[in-house]
Design a binder for this molecule. Structure first.
Ligand code: ADP
Length: 348
């Protein structure tokens, strides 16, 4: 058996909890065969030992089912290795960080408006903020909703050298076109100005040290997305959709766009998936089902979670109090927690 054949075999092993395999995730660092021993080195930033042994067992079983001539050693390391590679896997070079003070920049995007993208962005950021330093940058220039969702409407102040000081609420740093335009959507803004504003919000806001900057992108694939992909290396993108087939068509456009600009799509969140009765907790399937799941399977992008329709979610958004803070023990909050832990596992 050759190293190439083993790499092919490893494409059958999905990262636990995901529908995507460890090779396409870029987790396979090295495969080296020396006489009767194959040594496989994975690079995964997780401290979860169960997950490590699950992967080790799966790999060992799979290779031994193909050959009994090789002794198999699986090394799982937490940081990337510099060891010269016996064969090149399809792992991309680590992306240079354009923003040294921000560890991960994650874009939340959707094919069209009204699918709950901003709500998802705010609740993901809120869960993250319980353990990390987090900022949200609302780039949804034509419908900035961060002021409403976080219940804050102030004009940010500037430093003497004209840098913008972000607002802060619930321990999350916030910046939105809405703070500046007073929520009057500047519908007449066109490409170059949108591009300049987008760049300014990235370059001139004093974010400080952040673990995560969550970007709430405008729907679709327009000027902001273009400027962003030229300005900033994103850690990855999350795509929000509702389950209907029509919305899913737009997701396909989004995943294709991110792939073109070499931004990894970390996963799909299906919002307003079903109705969870607040009285009896019964699940009703209102819309056509499984759009996000189908798209996830087609595009081999993990489905991070399915969030039900919920009146309480709408109310907490309208009050400017993120749902996951208001109802920390609810089922929807645990779905959000699961989404966030998948994101963290995924980016390593
Ligand atoms: P987008 O950013 O995609 O335009 P928003 O996050 O602004 O969407 O949400 C659009 C509307 O849908 C808002 O009124 C919001 O409260 C509501 N909404 C979002 N998620 C849900 C959900 N899971 N259940 C019910 N309503 C929701």
């Amino acid at each position: 058996m050759t190293e190439k054949q083993i790499l092919e075999l490893l494409k059958n092993i999905n990262y636990p909890g995901f529908t995507r395999d460890i090779v396409s995730f870029g987790m396979v660092d090295n495969i080296a065969i020396d006489k009767d021993t194959v040594e496989i080195t994975l690079s995964i930033d997780t401290k979860n030992n169960d997950l490590k042994s699950q992967l080790t067992n799966q790999i060992t079983e799979l290779i031994s089912s193909e050959t009994d001539k090789l002794k198999i050693i699986v090394n799982i390391q937490e940081s990337k290795t510099d060891k010269s590679q016996t064969i090149k896997t399809n792992k991309q070079a680590p992306t240079p960080k354009v923003l040294d003070n921000i560890k991960h920049v994650i874009a939340v995007s959707s094919g069209k408006g009204g699918v709950g993208k901003s709500t998802v962005a705010v609740n993901i950021a809120s869960i993250l903020s319980e353990n990390y330093k987090v900022g949200i940058l609302d780039l949804d220039i034509y419908g900035p909703s961060l002021p409403m969702l976080m219940g804050i409407q102030e004009v940010p102040s500037f430093t003497e050298d004209e840098k913008i000081i972000p607002l802060e609420k619930h321990n999350i740093k916030l910046m939105s076109f809405g703070f500046i335009s007073g929520n009057q959507a500047p519908v007449i803004w066109r490409g170059p100005l949108v591009g300049r504003m987008t760049k300014q919000f990235i370059d001139d806001v004093i974010w400080g040290e952040l673990d995560f900057l969550i970007l709430d992108l405008p729907p679709g694939t327009g000027d902001v997305q273009l400027t962003l992909s030229q300005t900033l290396e994103l850690t990855g993108a999350i795509i929000v959709t509702t389950p209907q087939e029509l919305a899913v068509l737009d997701v396909k456009k989004g995943t294709d766009m991110f792939r073109k600009v070499n931004t990894p799509v970390l996963g799909i969140v299906e919002n307003m998936s079903h109705f969870l009765c607040p009285h009896c907790n019964q699940k009703s399937l209102i819309f056509s089902q499984g759009g996000g799941k189908k798209e996830s399977e087609r595009s081999e992008i993990p489905l991070l979670g399915q969030i039900p329709l919920s009146q309480a979610l709408v109310e907490s958004s309208d009050e400017g109090n993120p749902f996951v803070f208001k109802f920390p023990k609810s089922e929807i909050t645990s779905i959000y927690k699961d989404v966030v832990s998948k994101i963290i596992n995924n980016i390593g």
